[in-house]
Design a protein around this ligand. Structure first.
Ligand SMILES: Cc1cc2nc3c(=O)[nH]c(=O)nc-3n(C[C@H](O)[C@H](O)[C@H](O)COP(=O)(O)O)c2cc1C
Length: 185
């Protein structure tokens, strides 16, 4: 199997990280991989924010848990109650992918996010895409925090990615459906 297919099939969401920070050169490669994703008309209306400030990462995690507590969703209630639950699983780096909201930019951001997680796996770095952080970002406090994070004005954070060296055994792939393909010849 070639290395690219191997990377795609082997990448898993990692939910436990070592404290050790990834190297700056590795972070730069991940950001570059994101920026090389296909995107509508090559307009590149996205922004990548790498957060390595532990207190800032905690603010987003805690703000998300506070919001989860107010929601009538059992899974969120469980997570919010757990003092050990950290939305980014204590990853030392979080990359936030934002877009300007014009047509196709949500797709562009998803493409960039996938590039980043695949690049991370190819470098021996763990990752987990985190959508729930938007529970906090969409609050007035979260919007104000976007300024602290220097998210460009008019850009909306869409996805975040927990990044770091894995602190767990590599997970088995969750079951994939096998009835989602149609081949028409
Ligand atoms: C858009 C999106 C949002 C996600 N949000 C979360 C999240 O908030 N928390 C989490 O633990 N995993 C999250 N995940 C990871 C998925 O749970 C994971 O990709 C899925 O279970 C398949 O497992 P795999 O990534 O190991 O193949 C998200 C994935 C995607 C694509």
């Amino acid at each position: 199997m070639n290395e690219t297919i191997k990377t795609i099939l082997e990448r898993r969401s990692i939910r436990k990280y070592k404290e050790e920070q990834i190297k700056d050169e590795e972070l730069k490669l991940l950001l570059k991989a994101g920026a090389y994703a296909p995107n509508g008309m090559n307009k590149q209306l996205w922004h990548f924010t790498a957060v390595q400030n532990k207190a800032y990462i905690y603010t987003i995690s805690n703000g998300t848990k506070v919001k989860m507590r107010t929601m009538d969703i059992p899974m969120y209630q469980e997570r919010a109650k757990d003092p050990d639950y950290h939305v980014f699983f204590n990853a030392p780096t979080v990359i936030i992918v934002s877009h300007d909201g014009t047509p196709r930019t949500t797709t562009d951001s998803a493409m960039a996010t996938e590039n980043i997680v695949l690049a991370a796996h190819s470098l021996g770095i763990g990752s987990c895409i985190i959508g729930s952080f938007n529970l906090f970002i969409d609050t007035p406090e979260g919007q104000a925090f976007c300024e602290t994070l220097k998210i460009p004005t008019g850009y909306k954070p869409m996805l975040s990615i927990a990044i770091g060296y894995s602190g767990m055994e590599h997970p088995q792939a969750p079951q994939r459906k096998d009835d989602v393909f149609t081949i028409i010849k």
